[in-house]
Design a protein. Structure first.
Length: 133
């Protein structure tokens, strides 16, 4: 699966399902793929806090998340990595700027034994940021 060079803006703004969420790119149970060169801009706001820019979920393996720009992310996480088993997951070269609420740059419950995980992305100012690894 390839998700390359897209622009996602104002996610969650209109709330068509009347739910308090704004979800960006979801990588779920991929056997291989790449999320690269995307811009995820203005996800959520102070009242809309069930949000994330990129989520890596399920039994995902052989995936690269690189060169993405996450800007104005409010509420939860810039990048969320769940605790399901992962293998050969590479997250690098991303630029993350958070919104005006306490938000985690990366939230990772992931700690898979015998796998490779690389994190070399940049945090660029914004709100109070926390790292949860």
């Amino acid at each position: 699966v390839l998700i390359d060079a897209n622009v996602l803006m104002d996610i969650g703004r209109s709330q068509p399902t009347a739910r308090n969420l704004g979800w960006g790119i979801d990588v779920d149970d991929w056997d291989s793929g790449r999320v690269r060169g995307n811009v995820v801009h203005h996800v959520g706001d102070a009242a809309l806090d069930n949000t994330w820019g990129i989520k890596i979920d399920g039994h995902t393996s052989d995936v690269e998340v690189s060169a993405n720009v996450l800007h104005g992310i409010y509420g939860r996480e810039g990048i969320r990595i769940t605790s399901d088993p992962k293998a050969n997951l590479q997250v690098f070269g991303n630029e993350i700027q958070l919104g005006g609420t306490p938000t985690e740059v990366i939230d990772s419950d992931y700690a898979g034994a015998g796998t490779f995980f690389a994190w070399t992305s940049d945090f660029i100012g914004g709100a109070k940021a926390t790292f949860d690894e």
